[in-house]
Design a protein around this ligand. Structure first.
Ligand code: NFE
Ligand code: MG
Length: 518
């Protein structure tokens, strides 16, 4: 028996510890622990409900936009104004969130995950015509090795030319991400923590100039996604084809659906470009979404609040010395079962529905990889799904931006009610995101968020079922316990964000048990 502890996991967002028990180099069981307690749900209590779209964005600097949209949807619901969101407000929300998706997916592949497969050392000594590669070579020659080194050694398999091209794209992707942030800022005012999304719609005035400024940046991004990102992901998936068979996880997938196409007040009946629902991958069986099946369990989490509560009744009461607990993440479950969320879940749920854009994209990628749909339940399946979704969203935005109507209203008028409750379900880059709000005496009485990485990196639940990432790690082979790159490839394929997953912020210097906020 061996024990490997990776703490902290780098090249993700936030603070994650992974611990595995191995037997003859094979992972028998894994534990994912989120160790940094935060407290945004608590900060929201007693505040004006309209603050929620501003404060919840501070959960994360990577996907603040998704929190803004989820809170706006929850407030639309609580205020009873979902049907009054104007056309421009709905479309702008989709463009703001879509820009963040594209930026986030490029960030994940090039700047977080690719270094598990691409050997940056291949750029050392380069003196050819590619300016970006010359910059990296010069950077390395000065002894500036971070953020590329130190790293786990492993089986970097790309040929030198492919490695060098990927390093060049690493640098180019920084510019494309900047342009995606600029696109978001056109309708959101700034990034991170944009100001454009609000209950009742959006806040930016629509002009022809803004539409044009958005379009040219989007066109450049679409070229990059089609001609660089997707080919790079498929090249990596080809060179590391064994990872089409590694990191399977629970093979149950959940999506809330995203990109509102109408203003139907019932979120489960609202028209959305990507459908909600669940898919049991072993039977390829689809079921429509039923939000009443969402609960959070805390038996193995450092909370003393009741377990298996629906989010509208959820509590956040930390108990850091609780016996048997090992994480500040709760364990969200759907119908009591572990579900994976994220781009793979969304693409599979849409694929199972014969989605007109998603089906051909997925079939095309599978034929390129000479693999069946089963191969998607894997590390490389997650990377491929993320790239394909990036294309689907970027392509869809090219149509949405032309639907904007300059000079027309963007936001509904509303009064804040004394009492109310609301639910906002959407998709964030990393998966299904829900916000639940209770309003009493005109202020927030309770606010609960159930977040993508809480689903994917959850600890064991009340029945002892390991979370999705814990299940994906079980069965993996580790060649060198001192350099467990294989495990990092599995964890990073989920694109974890522990800042989001715990979404709680404690005042500086505040102590909770043995933890101290810094
Ligand atoms: Ni902090 Fe987030 C996304 C959300 S993941 S990145 O995407 O919500 O838990
Ligand atoms: Mg929560």
């Amino acid at each position: 028996m061996g024990r490997i502890v990776i703490d902290p996991v780098t090249r993700i967002e936030g603070h994650l510890k992974v611990e595995v028990i191995t037997e003859r180099g094979v992972v028998k069981e894994a534990r994912c622990s989120g160790l940094l307690f935060r407290g945004i749900e608590l900060i929201l209590r007693g505040r004006d409900p309209r603050d929620a779209s501003r404060i919840t964005q501070r959960i994360c600097g990577v996907c603040p936009t998704a929190h803004a949209v989820a809170s706006a949807l929850a407030l639309d619901d609580a205020f009873g104004i979902a049907e009054q969101v104007p056309h421009n407000g709905r479309v702008m929300r989709n463009l703001i969130l879509g820009s963040n998706f594209v930026q986030s997916h490029l960030l994940h592949f090039y700047h977080l995950a690719a270094l598990d497969y691409v050997d940056v050392a291949a750029a050392a000594g380069y003196s050819g015509p590619d300016e970006r590669l010359r910059q990296v070579a010069e950077f390395i020659s000065r002894g500036q090795l971070a953020p590329f080194f130190p790293r786990y050694d492993g089986d970097y398999r790309l040929p030198k030319a492919a490695n060098r091209a990927a390093v060049s794209h690493y640098v180019e992707a920084l510019d494309r991400r900047r342009e995606a942030q600029e696109m978001l800022s056109i309708f959101g005012g700034k990034m991170p923590h944009q100001m454009g999304t609000f209950p009742g719609g959006a806040l930016e005035v629509v002009t022809v100039d803004k539409i044009a400024a958005f379009r040219w940046r989007l066109q450049r991004l679409r070229d990059f996604v089609d001609n660089v990102y997707i080919p790079d992901v498929l090249a990596v998936a080809g060179a590391y084809a064994d990872y089409l068979d590694v990191g399977r996880g629970p093979a149950r997938y959940l999506s809330y659906g995203a990109w509102d196409q109408d203003t139907e007040p019932d979120l489960t009946r609202r028209g959305r470009s990507l459908p909600g629902g669940t898919l049991d991958g072993t039977r390829m069986a689809y079921e429509p979404l039923d939000p009443s099946k969402i609960t959070e369990q805390v038996r193995h989490s450092w909370y003393n609040s009741g377990t298996d509560l629906p989010p509208s009744l959820g509590k956040t009461e930390p108990e850091p010395d609780k016996a048997g607990a090992y994480s500040f993440l709760k364990a969200p479950r759907y119908a009591g079962e572990v579900h994976e969320v994220g781009p793979l879940a969304r693409m599979l749920v849409a694929y199972a529905q014969d989605h007109p854009e998603v089906k051909p994209l997925v079939d095309g990628a599978l034929s390129e990889l000479r693999a069946g749909p089963d191969a998607l339940f894997s590390v490389m399946g997650r990377h491929a799904a993320r790239a394909l979704e990036c294309k689907a969203v970027a392509d869809a935005m090219a149509g949405w931006v032309l639907e904007l109507k300059p000079g027309e209203p963007v936001c509904a008028q509303f009064d804040v009610p004394e009492m109310g409750s609301g639910m906002g379900l959407t998709e964030a880059p990393r998966g299904s995101l829900g916000h639940w709000i209770e309003i009493e005496d005109g202020v927030i009485a309770n606010y609960q968020a159930v977040v993508p990485t809480t689903w994917n990196c959850s600890p064991r639940d009340d029945r002892g079922q390991p979370g999705a990432c814990e299940q994906a790690l079980a069965g993996a082979t580790v060649r060198d316990p001192e350099s467990p790159l294989e495990l990092m490839r599995i964890v990073r394929s989920f694109d974890p964000c522990l800042a989001c997953a715990i979404h709680l912020i404690t005042p500086k210097g505040h102590e909770i048990g043995r933890f101290r906020a810094i």
